[in-house]
Design a binder for this molecule. Structure first.
Ligand code: AMP
Ligand code: ZN
Length: 432
């Protein structure tokens, strides 16, 4: 059983006590690391005086750049001999960041994931096909060990190779899949192109969508395609990986496990706390980890929190789906736009297919936004005026949302490039 009732429905008072005990230990561990030792000295912080979540404001936040600057051992708080694994996030823009885990860190992470999976109904008799990439990326191994801990038969198939995915889905009748949302849309189309129906020819009834921002419309499409429930799974490698926050059966926001993290949601510019419903940046402090304590990590992920208790009875903070990343936002002719706004519009238009991309360029000192949209194949067989009307409708709906007029180009399914990992939706050529 991974329904940890006492902890999942903990009262606010008890949670506070637990968090304070764990914060104390975390600060002691942090003081062992070169990075925080220096930070505490420079900022004249006495860690023993930081006692509550409110006191955290006296500690400057830690950024991704700080993690990079600490490469390789700046955040390590135990002897290297105690470390049994490291994960590292992509170093596409320079030095990678590294997170170390002791054996008990890994055990706790597996519990965290097992609890999350149990929350959405995964059980021992499930067959779990893990379509996330294995390796340094945490989506594969992180979820894998949680599913095994729960006792589900786990298929470590990894990302991509759609034909093999389909073969496994067919032969093992996998009941749960863990998949990147953009890939879920593509895979369902591929399945159909093989003459199969993802709804009736397979046995998938739970889908875990994670690793990239996606809209409610995308979730609905995935659910309809597979005839299954799709749940939002949020995590980031700096905070372990999957299992940081997870939806419950009610699908109204994700519970962020507060026995593992202290959560702040703040105005990304001035870092003041947000009110319920107000979009802000998530800042997380690990309080249940030994090897790599991180204090007030700026995730750059934007969400809001709900004040009303969740009908499921879990008391851990409920946050909205991630609406975008603070650094995803682009400015186009003076307007601030998040790619997710565009996705939300597109995925609510039934004629739109599985893939799209946004290309920004500059011609004669003027910014151009081109949005290439795959549309359902049958529409290309129709008359041209009809197609043009569709293009106009998509353009108008986008303009209503983003307040500028993009150039919309309709393309056939399969035209746009796809990625095995997280989808690349935005190409900003203005910076090249
Ligand atoms: P990584 O550290 O490579 O695993 O990437 C973590 C980042 O992926 C997070 O900071 C988010 O920006 C994004 N991400 C992960 N899960 C989700 C999710 N369920 N919804 C939206 N974004 C997500
Ligand atoms: Zn709930």
């Amino acid at each position: 059983m991974y329904w940890e009732k006492e902890i999942e429905t903990i009262s606010p008072e008890e949670l506070k006590t637990l968090q304070q005990e764990r914060l104390k230990l975390t600060l002691q561990r942090a003081a062992q690391t070169p990075f925080y030792r220096k930070l505490f000295a420079q900022a004249k912080i006495k860690p023993e005086l930081i006692k509550t979540k409110e006191d955290l404001q006296f500690i400057p936040p830690t950024t991704k750049e700080d993690l990079r600057s600490g490469f390789p051992f700046g955040f390590l708080s135990v002897p290297l001999t105690e470390v049994v694994r490291l994960h590292s996030s992509s170093g596409t823009t320079g030095t990678p960041t590294v997170i170390y885990h002791t054996a008990s860190d890994l055990a706790r992470w597996s519990n965290q994931v097992a609890r999350s999976l149990f929350t959405v109904g995964v059980r021992k008799n499930d067959i779990f096909q893990n379509m996330m990439s294995y390796g340094l990326f945490t989506g594969g191994l992180g979820m894998h060990y949680g599913a095994e801990r729960l006792g589900a038969m786990t298929i470590p198939i990894g990302a991509g190779n759609s034909k093999r995915q389909i073969w496994f889905l067919k032969h093992f009748k996998s009941t749960v899949i863990h998949i990147i949302p953009s890939y879920a849309l593509l895979l369902s189309n591929l399945i159909k192109s093989e003459g199969l129906d993802p709804k009736t020819d397979f046995n998938v009834n739970i889908i875990l969508l994670g690793a990239e921002p996606h809209s409610e419309g995308t979730r609905k499409r995935v659910e309809q395609a597979f005839g299954a429930k799709a749940y939002n799974s949020y995590g980031l490698s700096e905070m372990n990986g999957p299992g940081v926050a997870f939806e419950c059966g009610y699908q109204t926001g994700m519970h962020l496990w507060e026995d593992y993290y202290l959560v702040e949601i703040v105005n990304p510019k001035i870092l003041t706390p947000c009110q319920p419903g107000e979009l802000g940046e998530i800042i997380l402090t690990t309080i249940n980890r030994e090897a790599t304590p991180i204090l007030r990590y700026r995730t750059k992920d934007l969400a809001f929190y709900y004040q009303e208790p969740c009908p499921c009875g879990r008391t851990h903070l409920r946050i909205s789906r991630i609406q975008g990343r603070a650094d995803d936002m682009f400015i186009f002719r003076g307007v601030n736009i998040f790619p997710n706004q565009i996705e939300t519009v597109l995925m609510n238009i039934p004629e739109v297919g599985a893939n799209y991309r946004i290309i920004l360029s500059r011609e004669d000192y003027r910014d151009i936004m081109r949005i290439e949209v795959e549309i359902k194949p049958e529409l290309f067989a129709g008359e041209l005026p009809k197609l043009e009307r569709l293009r106009e409708r998509i353009t108008n709906e986008l303009r209503a949302e983003i307040l500028v007029t993009p150039q919309v180009v309709l393309v056939e399914p399969g035209t746009l490039p796809t990625q095995e990992g997280k989808a690349i939706r935005l190409i900003d050529k203005r910076k090249l």
